[in-house]
Design a binder for this molecule. Structure first.
Ligand SMILES: *Cc1c(COP(=O)(O)O)cnc(C)c1O
Length: 489
């Protein structure tokens, strides 16, 4: 029977399932229709709009709901209070931060994952095999051996933490898990432009963020190899123990890519673990035009990256891949009696995902990745990468052609940093105001960062929906806002 839209959702007396499943069917169909309408109308909607005070108040007020509510009214509340006030990363003119746009196949996969609701901590079931296949595909994409290990996590922040912990075990042996550090002076190296989550990983691993040396940049914003050599020599002379070098494949500030081949060689020569934060840059492996830029990624001991950025899988879906699977497992695995493994029955099929990271219970993230990769294919995702990078080059040319604009960094991948110039005003304040004005206009979302001390308008092109017209609209909005601001003093 076709569901009637008027059947209200009502829970059965003895469970959370409905008394009438047609109510669920009807509501599900309505939600899918509404989401498709939202996605097909994105370009006409504002990228972002501030939440009205009443909407914010409505979400902040209200006590813990103890009695039953009306699902239809709850959904209408979502439509009124939540849906219009998202951060806008699904929109083609969201260019502020390195965030993915999601995709409709991933959206449907989330429904299937929630309905089947498996727990991917471990045990012998097919969803675990789906995640293992995704990890093998990740290894293949990175040019890693097929027996590399890996696990899906929330994001690159967690993936980087896992890699730092494996590197710590590599340096000190897995006994460090019981004994702790006992003041052993491990130090790690990365560039000034590396994402802050690597410093946080050092902190959370008990090594301290002070033990992460931030090496200066060359003209391409890559880690300066000479400065790295000097820092290593200085630390060794001081009796410290260098153990890890973290390369960047695509920095958030400028999209710079370190010389990964040189870092790999240096790490090998000095007995250091070579990890790469390739949060979005890993996907450059899928584009023939960009692949040479991330050359050397395949030589890393471990790589952290996100499927939720350039691979456009809905949030959240991060991934870490480790060349030495045995060391990876030895860094995290432990087996209390209630997680005892067996060779047969549901408790078989090890190693389990929980052996490769801190999580035990884990959702079916793998399904949205698996379905996205199988449906679109990696050639198509590589084309998205190539297109974003070509838009960045076009934007850079448009910026360079405007005497009123100054570009602040070279464009390697998909990030363009520039600012508006004017006489006799505080340029940092002017450019920060322009960015906030453009965001509040709803036309486009750029963001700010600081490049060599000055405030930059940062445009990061990550969304698969972005077209040249969107980039042109952003630039026009920046210029007209600047004109208005300068005219009004
Ligand atoms: C986004 C990003 C991170 C952090 O990743 P999350 O998925 O947000 O945890 C780390 N490094 C780089 C280069 C990034 O772009």
């Amino acid at each position: 029977m076709r569901a009637s839209a008027t059947t209200p959702f009502q829970a059965a007396p003895d469970s959370l399932d409905p008394t009438d499943w047609n109510a669920v069917r009807a509501m599900g169909h309505r939600m899918v229709d509404d989401m498709v309408d939202m996605l097909t109308g994105l370009r006409e909607a504002p990228v972002w709009q501030p939440m009205p005070a009443e909407a914010r108040q409505a979400l902040r007020g209200g006590d813990l709901p103890t009695g039953p509510g009306d699902l239809d009214a709850v959904y209408r509340e979502f439509q009124a209070l939540v849906q219009p006030y998202g951060s806008g990363n699904i929109h083609p003119r969201f260019m502020g931060w390195v965030q993915g746009g999601g995709n409709p196949v991933g959206m449907l996969a989330e429904l299937l994952a929630a309905a089947t609701n498996p727990n991917l901590g471990g045990r012998d079931h097919a969803p675990i095999e789906v995640e293992r296949q995704v990890i093998r595909w990740a290894a293949q994409m990175l040019g890693f051996p097929m027996d590399a290990s890996g696990v899906l996590v929330t994001g690159a922040s967690m993936a980087n933490l896992i890699a730092v912990l494996v590197a710590r075990a590599h340096a000190l042996g897995t006994g460090v898990r019981r004994s702790g550090l006992h003041g052993r002076p491990l130090v790690a190296y990365t560039s000034l432009e590396t994402h802050n989550c690597v410093a946080r990983a050092m902190d959370m691993a008990g090594l301290g963020s002070d033990a992460l040396r931030l090496i200066g940049l060359d003209a391409q914003h890559r880690m300066d190899m000479g400065a790295l050599q000097a820092a290593l020599a200085q630390d060794r002379a001081a009796g410290l123990q260098p153990f890890l070098v973290v390369g960047s494949a695509g920095t958030v500030d400028t999209g710079a890519v370190d010389d990964l081949t040189a870092l790999a060689a240096l790490a090998r020569a000095q007995g250091l673990w070579f990890h790469v934060d390739a949060a979005y840059g890993a996907l450059a492996m899928l584009s023939p035009a960009q692949r040479p830029l991330v050359q050397g990624l395949s030589e890393a001991d471990s790589v952290a990256f996100d499927f939720h950025k350039w691979a456009q899988v809905p949030y959240d879906a991060g991934c870490v891949v480790v060349r030495d699977a045995a060391l990876h497992a030895a860094t995290f695995a432990s087996q209390p009696a209630y997680l005892q493994r067996s060779v047969r029955g549901l408790a078989g099929n090890q190693p389990w995902p929980t052996d490769f990271g801190p999580d035990l219970s884990r959702g079916f993230r793998a399904l949205k990745v698996w379905m996205t990769l199988k449906t679109y294919g990696t050639d198509k995702l590589g084309q998205v990468v190539a297109h974003n990078c070509s838009l960045a080059q076009q934007l850079a040319r448009l910026v360079d052609a405007q005497p009123q604009l100054e570009r602040l960094a070279p464009v390697t991948l998909n990030v363009v940093c520039f600012r508006v110039l004017a006489q006799g005003v505080d340029l940092d304040a002017l450019n920060a105001d322009i960015v906030a004005d453009v965001q509040e206009s709803g036309v486009a979302v750029p963001s700010t960062t600081r490049i060599r001390g000055v405030l930059a308008i940062r445009v990061a092109l990550v969304n698969h929906r972005t077209r040249l017209t969107d980039v042109e609209m952003l630039l026009a909005a920046v210029l007209s806002t600047a004109r208005e601001r300068l005219a009004s003093g």
